[in-house]
Ligand binder design. Structure first.
Ligand code: FE
Length: 351
């Protein structure tokens, strides 16, 4: 009896040891990814990461706000290792809520332009852009001259009175753009510009970017702002009505003769309480590889963030996306200017 008891203790210790070991191994091979990106092409990218590293990816999908809410609720117990969010304004907001941790990676430093990342501290960099999208002007050539929409600044010119349409000024896409406009023009001129845009509106801000493009095509608006991937989606659409929309409008990459067109990012960060930190950094570095960049960018008709890489996207190329001057203001300034811009929007009545 005594022998048996001893044996069973030994056995359970052994099996516990085995269980512990395999749990440790399994844990070593896992990366928990919280993603606000949902493109089928991303699966190929993740499968390749798992095949080459042996690290299995557990993905939690959500929208940007849902992921941030979940991270806050989970706190230190959060299993999240890497977080994928869209737009610098959202990155900056999550960062300011303490949801990320800084990392140091010589590979990322070399691959990704500094203006597409958080502003570094002595501890490293919190978030990194992995694809870019440009915020462009779309206009109706029957009502608006190309020369009147060459810059963002002109959106406030009296020549465009009653013609301008945008989505909400407080939407992250606009907040990020406005934060860099204010950075370039200064507070006083920046706020005057926002007021001028409001004064030129054809109607109050509403809808998403695609709605603005359609509103230009329908004649409700003469000029609008949109991210480039929405334009590419309309161009690639199988619906004739979508392609008809694109036949009625023209696309301008603003500020080509001056500061360059505003670009924003979809990006990633290592979670504050990541349990698999090394794998998280490894995954971030993988996202900067030419292979992953092609999927990451093309999956949503975006541009690669890595220096010198180009993607083959005929829709983007057809609107001039294969070579344009980009604004080089660090997207990290969005952090500095976001609250200020929101206050300006309130003062000038930009809903
Ligand atoms: Fe979008």
């Amino acid at each position: 009896m005594k022998q048996l008891a001893k044996f069973s203790i030994l056995l359970s210790a052994l099996t516990a040891g085995v269980a512990f070991q395999s749990a440790a191994v399994a844990q070593d091979k896992v990366l928990n990814l919280y993603s606000a990106r949902h493109y089928q092409t991303d699966d190929v990218m993740y499968d390749t990461f798992t095949r080459t590293t042996g690290i299995k990816i557990n993905r939690v999908d959500g929208d940007d706000a849902g992921i941030v809410a979940r991270l806050r609720a989970e706190g230190a117990a959060s299993p999240a290792d890497v977080i994928l969010l869209v737009d610098a304004a959202r990155m900056v907001s999550a960062d300011s809520q303490g949801l990320f941790q800084p990392i140091k990676s010589a590979r990322l430093d070399a691959a990704i332009p500094a203006n597409l990342r958080a502003i570094p501290t002595a501890d490293g960099v919190t978030w990194t852009g992995f694809s870019t999208r440009a915020r462009v002007i779309v206009y109706d050539p029957l009502r608006v001259k190309a020369a009147d929409v060459a810059t963002y600044e002109q959106l406030a010119d009296p020549a465009l009175k009653g013609l301008v349409c945008t989505r909400s000024g407080s939407h992250p896409y606009n907040l990020s753009l406005f934060a860099t406009v204010v950075e370039r023009l200064g507070d006083q001129k920046g706020e005057a510009w926002l007021k001028g845009v409001v004064d030129n509106m054809a109607r109050g801000p509403k809808g998403g970017d695609t709605d603005q493009v359609k509103a230009v095509a329908s004649g409700e608006c003469g000029v609008a702002l949109t991210n480039t991937y929405y334009v590419a989606r309309l161009l690639k659409s199988t619906k004739p009505e979508d392609r008809a929309v694109m036949e009625k409008v023209r696309v301008v990459f603003p500020n080509q003769g001056t500061s360059g067109t505003h670009v924003n990012i979809a990006g990633a960060a290592v979670a504050k309480h990541a349990k698999n930190r090394e794998h998280a950094v490894q995954f971030m570095e993988f996202l900067a590889s030419p292979f992953a960049q092609d999927y990451f960018a093309n999956g949503n008709n975006e541009f690669p963030a890595v220096k010198g890489l180009k993607i083959d996207n005929k829709a983007l190329a057809s609107i001039g996306g294969d070579g344009f001057k980009t604004e080089n203001i660090p997207l990290g300034v969005v952090a500095k200017n976001m609250t200020k811009v929101q206050q300006m929007l309130d003062r000038v009545g930009y809903k």
